[in-house]
Design a protein around this ligand. Structure first.
Ligand code: FAD
Length: 629
């Protein structure tokens, strides 16, 4: 029996990470009846796992910091491909969003004079990350959930019902967005536990579903991250941009298979851990790029001295930027010098006394002992790059989070543009707050201006039901096998280093997988059936993978999270071209080029001419010289 329960809301927010919660709070504060729907438990989202902090130019630690410096850092980090309006709003509004969290009860670490403390992070010119030890994401989610509860208590006083204006639907997966003509009319999904269906009748939907990591075999992402929001948007007629840009973290666990990709913190290398290949060589010395030659040690002796004397020695090459280290590890493995389980060795055991390791890296010690039965005080870890974050996502209006489809909004990792070709650490948590709030406000304003309420079509509900039910009981292919083939293909052929032949090969495989996905079957009933859930998720993963591969094939340059072996240089011509994915009439992904919007005069003149020269074409430089005069 598959009952479809029905709920009516003004705004449905899909996702309960930082972006979704902040959007829902805003919509509710603007008087809208709001639903928060999330695939797993309430409170379990990637946002909880974020450690570093939220980047906001409050200037608490260094008074020279301000939004303009943060804006410049963000544009540099994204190699100038960012949507500059988003980068501007983000830099200007992040401090207010952090103070607001504090007003809602977040307890950030303090400076000596009692201000919110800020820490240094890669790519940020000044100490800028507001943090709570190494569990900032947890505090952020805790605070936002507390705010939701506070609003529910207000509603209980006014309306006698805690859930009158904001309600959480946890362990509920959305599989389709519904439309009335061009406009959003609702969302359709199922309960994970019972398999029963749910219909949300709503004129506005905010997507806040996070990442796509599960399309890769090695990823730091957890099971929910199957690119659902990306695919839902595409299927509803919205566009995705920048899909070729994916951030690979250099060190994830590679063994055992069940924990492959789980993050191994950068602190291991910061505290003296070194990378070695199967021949015992500290190979990072072989991979110092020309531009960094003067900043990194060229001998092991100098590198080792750096840990105790940073003023007179250069940094060890293990601490090169993430993309450099990830590419080096990848190259060693490809050259046949990898570890038995297909990574390289990361060793602290011969570098620090056992007690020191346990004191400095307690969670890593615990993680390897528990998950891999490896004692990192006695033997090396095996690590390799892991798919971590997608810069690409739903193309949105910077100010309102609105997608191309009326009534559809997106914020957080599922949206694209803000981070350009590469995200700086710490800019994600602030992104969630700034654009979560804006998307919630955008959705509320949209609902206010609606001339009439869109209607849910019974036909669309029925077809969503049929689509979801199709794999159940069908004696088709095993969804786990199809998933694994997709993951391997993306990992091996559209991974850190890409070349035309390999990406084309991946596209052929994806094309076949698309057909096979239509035939997957899951045995058992609709009650708590993970095989069935995966069969449903596969549609999304295959679609998103096709977008990544098609865009990666088109972009003939290397920039940020997109490295082409056959086009190793960054090309200013390509900075002006954004790749936009959409679905044509059939199910084929189309990729079109779109001109990058010209940066506003007052923003571009924040940069030095010499710096701009690295990124802009001669034509653009001539224009800049006109403005700068
Ligand atoms: P998420 O927090 O990912 O939440 C997504 C939500 O959508 C979840 O509630 C999920 O259940 C729900 N959802 C998904 N699909 C559906 C569906 N079909 N139906 C219903 N609900 C759905 N960033 C930093 O800035 N600093 C860090 O230190 C940092 N560390 C990280 C460590 C790890 C291990 C990982 C994986 C990421 C880290 N990141 C870090 C990245 C950052 O945490 C994420 O990019 C960010 O939290 C994404 O937030 P979000 O609100 O967009 O989505």
């Amino acid at each position: 029996t598959h009952n479809t329960e029905r709920h009516e809301y003004d705004v449905v927010v899909i996702g309960a990470g930082g972006a979704g919660l902040r959007a829902a709070i805003e919509a509710r504060q603007q008087g809208k009846r709001t639903a928060i729907v999330c695939k797993s438990l309430f409170g379990k989202a990637h946002t909880v796992m974020a450690e570093g902090g939220a980047a906001a130019a409050m200037g608490n630690v260094n008074p020279d910091d301000n939004w303009m410096v943060h804006f410049r850092d963000t544009m540099r980090g994204g190699k100038f491909l960012n949507n500059w309006r988003m980068a501007e709003l983000h830099a200007k509004e992040a401090p207010d969003r952090v103070w607001e969290l504090e007003a809602w009860g977040a307890l950030f670490d303090r400076t000596k004079d009692g201000k919110i403390s800020q820490r240094n992070f890669g790519g940020h010119e000044y100490p800028r990350l507001a943090h709570v030890g190494d569990r900032t994401g947890l505090e952020m989610i805790r605070t936002l959930q507390q705010r939701v509860v506070a609003l529910q208590q207000e509603d209980h006083e006014t309306h006698g019902d805690y859930e009158a204006y904001i309600k959480v639907f946890a362990e509920c997966t959305v599989t389709r967005l519904l439309k009335d003509g061009d406009r959003i009319s609702g969302a359709f999904g199922y309960w994970r536990e019972s398999g029963n269906f749910v219909l949300f009748d709503a004129p506005a939907v905010v997507l806040a579903t996070g990442g796509i990591g599960k399309s890769y075999v090695v990823t730091s992402n957890s099971w929910e991250y199957t690119g659902d929001g990306h695919a839902l948007a595409l299927l509803a007629g919205a566009n995705l941009i920048n899909m070729e840009f994916i951030q690979f973290h250099p060190t994830g666990m590679v063994w055992p298979p069940s924990v492959r990709g789980i993050l191994v913190t950068e602190s291991v290398r910061g505290d003296g851990g070194v990378l070695r290949n199967s021949e015992g060589r500290r190979f990072m010395f072989d991979y110092i790029p020309e531009v960094f030659k003067h900043q990194y040690a060229t001998t092991e002796e100098e590198a080792d001295r750096w840990y105790t004397d940073q003023a007179n020695n250069r940094r060890p090459p293990e601490l090169l930027p993430r993309d450099e280290v990830a590419r080096a590890i990848n190259a060693e493995v490809k050259a046949g010098r990898g570890s038995p389980q297909g990574g390289v060795f990361l060793d602290v055991s011969t570098r620090l006394p056992a007690e020191e390791i346990k004191r400095r890296l307690p969670s890593m010690h615990h993680q390897f002992k528990e998950l891999a039965d490896v004692d990192i005080t006695a033997e090396p870890m095996q690590v390799g790059p892991t798919c971590h974050y997608i810069m690409g996502g739903v193309e949105v209006d910077a100010d309102t989070g609105a997608a191309a489809v009326p009534g559809l909004f997106a914020a957080g990792e599922v949206s694209g543009g803000m981070h350009g070709s590469n995200r700086l650490g710490g800019n994600s948590l602030s992104d969630l707050l700034v654009f979560g709030r804006r998307a919630g406000a955008g959705a509320a304003a949209y609902v206010d201006e609606l001339p009439d309420r869109p209607k849910v079509s019974a036909e669309q509900v029925e077809s969503a039901r049929q689509e979801a039910l199709a794999p159940l009981g069908r004696s088709g292919e095993n969804p786990y096998e199809v998933h694994h083939e997709l993951q391997r293909t993306m990992n091996d052929l559209v991974g850190i280093i890409r070349k035309a032949e390999e990406v084309s090969e991946a596209l052929q495989v994806v094309e076949k997988l698309k057909e096979r996905v239509k035939m997957v079957g899951a045995g058992g009933s609709a009650v708590y059936n993970p095989g069935w859930h995966l069969a449903i998720d596969l549609r999304n993963m295959v679609l998103v993978s096709e977008c990544v591969a098609r865009a990666a094939l088109m972009r003939e340059e290397s920039r940020g999270g997109h490295t082409r072996d056959d086009f190793p240089a960054m090309d200013p011509k390509w900075r002006r071209r954004l790749l936009v994915c959409s679905l044509g009439d059939g199910s084929a992904v189309k990729v079109a080029e779109k001109a990058q919007q010209q940066m506003r005069d007052d923003l571009i003149t924040l940069f030095d001419r010499d710096e701009l020269k690295k990124y802009l074409t001669d034509e653009e430089m001539a224009e800049f010289d006109g403005i700068a005069k």
